[in-house]
Design a protein around this ligand. Sequence first.
Ligand code: ACM
Ligand code: ZN
Length: 544
Amino acid sequence: MLNLTKKWALLLGFATCLALPLTAVIPLPQELQVLETPPFVMTEETSLVTDSAFRAEAEIAAEELRRSTGFALPISDAGAEITLPAIFFQKDTAIEGSEAYALEVRSQQVVIRAATPAGAFYGYQTFRQLLPPQVYSRTKRPGVKWVAPACTVKDAPRLQWRGLMVDDCRHFLGGAAIREMIDAMAAYKLNTLHWHLTDDQGWRIEIKAYPELTAKGATRDNSALPRDRWRPDGKSYGPYFYTQEEIHDIVAYAAARHITIVPEIEMPGHALCLLTAFPELSCTGGPFKPRWMWGVEPDILCAGNDAVFPFMEKILDEVMALFPSKYIHCGGDEAPKDRWNVCPKCQARIQEKGLRNSHHLQTWFIQHFADYLESKGRHLIGWDEILEGGLPKGAAVMSWRGKQGGIRAAAMGHNVVMAPNDYAYLDYGQGLTYAQDPYEYNGYCITVAKTYSIDPTAGIPEHMQRHVIGLQGNLWSEYIWDGADQQWKAWPRAAALSEAGWTAQEKRSWEDFAKRIPGAVTRLRFLGINCAPLPSPLEPVETK
Ligand code: ACM
Ligand code: ZN
């Protein structure tokens, strides 16, 4: 009896060992077949071979693999004389989809095929996940056998926008934090970084036409105390902002990793730092100071003041020159109407345009900038409050107050990115103990299981589901002080969002993901990411 048990244990151990690299693959590919043939082993003799279209992707792959393995991993052009073992990057226009790829791992060669550089990059990311977790290390890891199981993969994403939002306004995290986030996002096939750059508490982007914005809006007198948000800490914070040169470099770093940065310039609300520098653009004339308390500011841009429009357009011109993204985020959330309701200029605008009330004035205001961006070949995206007075034509909606705004907007034929606070606000607590995380946001709790349970298109008629273009997690930074805090909040839940945005709904299962997510924690930590532990128990929740 004992013998038999031992035998089973051995067999089980062997099976686990074989299955281990595959258990790390997140997001789960659309098709993955394990082959019962010998694995690929990366050695000092391995080289990379690439078609010219994927040279840049092969360079990034080689650079990352060299760091952890210490191997030379030379890159040669396809067509040159090749010796095996080798990792091939091959252009194949028969592979359909702008991010699709095929991957074949055999004992002597790894072949990554795609029609696009993004597809080739994702093929490499899946291959990297098949190797031992130390492959993510930024320093050499001697003594590891770099084995990847033989398999074939065919893969393409469900949604085109798989995002994270970072907030540099409440706390400024800096370029190193952004780059580390980009590295981790790339490993999990997240492709959109929404960069929240302006708010009541800080203006964080250099605008050359208006240097006053950063001269007066990038420093605040105080911040809220970490555990007593109603009291100021007595410490000046700033000046903190990104120069255009720094932004240019970060945009290029992200683009090389197939991540689009979507900038956010908040309007008409969350604009106090702008109004500090230019109080004449408010309803009351000010004066103002950047806000130190968290929460929402009642003073917003005056929609009745004609000067506001060319002023904001000039900002958007500089923003568009820096960020090639198709979408520009113009905020639109939490814009209290207290000032507009009593401002003679705003009321005159409502009369002049035949609008019903201040909510419709906000729609008119956002419509102006949606049209402006369209005239430049871009699209406006805004938080779901832009629905309140009727949805501006051509605008896409980011649904944050639950999924309802997104469901409504998609049903009306508008593009939607789902970022609902009850699944995707990654600054909320994640089910850890107080000792593990004393700065959980206000007691809210979204476990990794809860995040995983989102179906981004649930509740939308099938023929309108194509309007749900994305899924995104948000990392507001009231309770994030630096890059390490940000990583702690983001991971591992962002890996759950990644799978919810990438993998077909019918292929997803919490039970299966629960087996793979511990591997992601290990890998992220090798990458140097301050990944939070998984909560215990790792309990499942019902999908809404
Ligand atoms: C938001 O959380 N105010 C978009
Ligand atoms: Zn006004």
